[in-house]
Design a protein around this ligand. Structure first.
Ligand code: SF4
Ligand code: SF4
Length: 333
């Protein structure tokens, strides 16, 4: 199996948002142009920032994101530049529309995965979340990619809107011949944090729903021979808590130059690094790095700050579970 993003301790991952523009308006979109910028990075800037990160985190796994990264006319050249720089793996995260004939401008060897996002196993569930026609467009993109020999993965972001349909995903993966499956959990970021018509709390799933729906589907997918990755979310009492900000090497890069180490901080000006005149510089405190140092009984500090209703407390006031780092994933093979 070709490598892709690693979520383990000491892993290095570069999540590179090369633009924030997108053709869709997903209800839970985490892109926040106020915080992330509206510009499209030039190819020269992309190359320069890739070079800087390749020196700082050799052999990192690289993910091109947007907005919709295939809207960038120079994505193919950016991919070739990243290959030359020796990134361990290269993934494109796409909504499946595959603009600028990207599949004809790169070969399957140029990338390790093309990762498609679907939030339902049918148009009836997916399209109200991601946009009319997006199920058909995405599945057509997947079929086209597979027919041309590209390794593919599917990302399904679980929320109260599509939890019921997760059970229909394993046969869809089989039918489409997807190589890898990522289950995400809805977070309180971007659109899902501001969705007025449906408060964010209502989009989130409970611990019981997570355990009763997500884990059995993950096992079923693994039994089909497909590698499946899903977030840990709730730690058992005997499991240690670790903050990726302290033990891993992750970079979430946005077109306005902000570089975060923690995705939960992305709605706030808490980035600890920034590109300024193409140089990667440390940002003065207070920033996310100050939060990483805090030890609290609830586990993740940012989770406690922005989504405290995830935490339940025992009668003695102690949390029933620590909340894991959102970057801690489990994998079934
Ligand atoms: S979630 Fe992705 S595909 Fe959907 S609107 Fe946001 S950037 Fe576009
Ligand atoms: S999600 Fe929480 S635990 Fe993970 S890096 Fe951010 S602050 Fe640390």
């Amino acid at each position: 199996m070709s490598p892709t993003v690693r979520f383990t301790k000491n892993a290095a991952n570069v999540f590179f948002h090369i633009l924030t523009q997108c053709n869709l308006k997903c209800r839970h979109c985490y892109i926040n142009p106020e915080q992330h910028g509206r510009q499209t990075l030039s190819l020269d800037t992309i190359r320069s920032w890739l070079e800087t990160l390749a020196r700082r985190a050799p052999m990192a796994d690289l993910i091109f994101l947007g907005g919709e990264p295939t809207l960038h006319p120079d994505l193919a050249e950016a991919i070739h530049a990243a290959r030359r720089l020796g990134y361990r793996s290269i993934t494109i995260d796409t909504n499946g529309y595959l603009f600028h004939d990207i599949l004809d401008r790169i070969t399957p060897e140029a990338v390790n995965f093309i990762s498609f996002s679907l939030d339902g196993a049918s148009p009836a569930t997916n399209d109200p979340i991601r946009g009319k026609g997006s199920f058909e467009a995405c599945t057509a993109g997947i079929r086209n990619a597979i027919q041309k020999g590209f390794p593919t993965s599917l990302i399904y972001t679980v929320s109260s809107l599509n939890l019921h349909e997760l059970v229909a995903v394993p046969p869809l993966l089989e039918e489409l011949k997807i190589n890898r499956f990522f289950i995400q959990v809805i977070g309180l970021r971007g659109q899902s944090a501001t969705c007025a018509e449906r408060p964010a709390e209502n989009l989130q799933v409970t611990r019981d729903q997570w355990q009763s729906h997500v884990l059995p589907v993950a096992r079923q997918v693994a039994d089909q021979g497909i590698r499946v990755t899903y977030p840990k979310v709730f730690l058992e009492p005997d499991e240690p808590f670790e903050c990726a900000g302290r033990v891993a090497d992750n970079y979430f890069i946005f077109p306005n130059g902000r570089v975060y180490r923690c995705p939960l901080c992305e709605d706030f000006p808490l980035h600890s690094l920034a590109f300024a005149n193409d140089r990667l510089i440390d940002v003065a405190p207070i920033n996310e790095a100050d939060l990483f140092k805090l030890d609290i009984p609830e586990g993740c500090v940012m989770n406690k700050l922005i989504q405290p209703h995830n935490i339940t407390y025992l009668p003695d006031g102690s949390p029933a579970n620590k909340i894991a780092c959102c970057l801690l994933k489990e994998e079934l093979i």
